[in-house]
Design a protein around this ligand. Structure first.
Ligand code: 13P
Length: 252
């Protein structure tokens, strides 16, 4: 059975006070959603600790949006995976397209971050996805395959079994333009095939989330697809009602 997950990536939004308010709002409404749906929120580093405290007893889990490539030392401005783990955080988002594009993250960077994440018993939510030109030229299969092969194929079977994948087409992120449910299914099924080519049937249990302008109006149709196991939500995760209503999109 694959886990159904709705994860909110808050990106560089909310102050600590706003973040705690938001999580309280989500917690208050969570009972309206089937208990099998797992909610995850990824606040900025500044309020990870407060959000973890505010989620106690709610069943909501917390993710960091990034971590350092190194374990510790003279890396001004960086936050290590062990610091993150010490707060009671469960997940780390790795390889988000904004980090690849604006901060030059490559597969080599992400391999190092994966090592740190697993060394600290955290779970990666590993993001893949193509830009518009790659979608339109039909290269998106190759792009996503390379992003998986270069990073996920480096994991051990045991690490792979814990890993969550998020497919986020860059052209759909924050644009209001979402992939159709059929487009999502096509590439999610392909991602699962690629994973199976390395890890066999274990890939049947991998949760693959869709991200990119997912909202309460389109979530149900996207989540109804066989290989879509949830969503990684940006803008709509900043309003408790919207985030919860996306969770209500699960029918299966
Ligand atoms: P939006 O939902 O705002 O398009 O963002 C998606 C995303 O990048 C989540 O990581």
């Amino acid at each position: 059975m694959r886990r159904q997950i709705v994860a909110g990536n808050w990106k560089m939004n909310t102050t600590p006070i706003e973040g705690v308010e938001l999580i309280k709002g989500v917690a208050a409404l969570k009972g309206e959603v089937c208990s099998s749906v797992e909610f995850v929120v990824a606040p900025p580093f500044t309020h990870l600790s407060e959000v973890v405290k505010a989620t106690r007893g709610t069943g909501i889990l917390v993710a960091a949006q990034n971590c350092a490539t190194e374990a510790k030392g003279a890396y001004t401005g960086e936050i290590s995976a062990s610091m993150i783990a010490s707060l009671g955080v469960e997940y780390v988002i790795l390889g988000h397209s904004e980090r690849r594009e604006y901060y030059g993250e490559t597969s080599a960077t992400l391999n190092k971050k994966m090592v740190q994440v697993f060394a600290n018993n955290l779970i990666p939510i590993y993001c893949v996805g193509e830009v518009l030109e790659e979608r339109e030229s039909g290269k998106y299969f190759d792009v996503v395959k390379a992003q998986i092969e270069e990073v996920v194929f480096e994991l051990t079977e045991e690490q792979f079994e814990k890993t969550i994948i998020a497919y986020e087409p860059v052209w759909a992120i924050g644009t209001g333009k979402t992939a159709s449910a059929d487009q999502a299914q096509e590439i999610h099924a392909y991602i699962r095939e690629v994973l199976k080519s390395k890890f066999g049937v274990k890939a049947e249990n991998t949760s693959i989330l869709y991200g990119g302008s997912c909202n309460p109006a389109n979530a149900a149709e996207i989540f109804s697809k066989e290989d879509v196991d949830g969503g990684l939500i940006g803008g709509a995760a900043l309003v408790a009602e919207n985030f919860i209503n996306i969770g209500k999109g699960f029918k299966k």
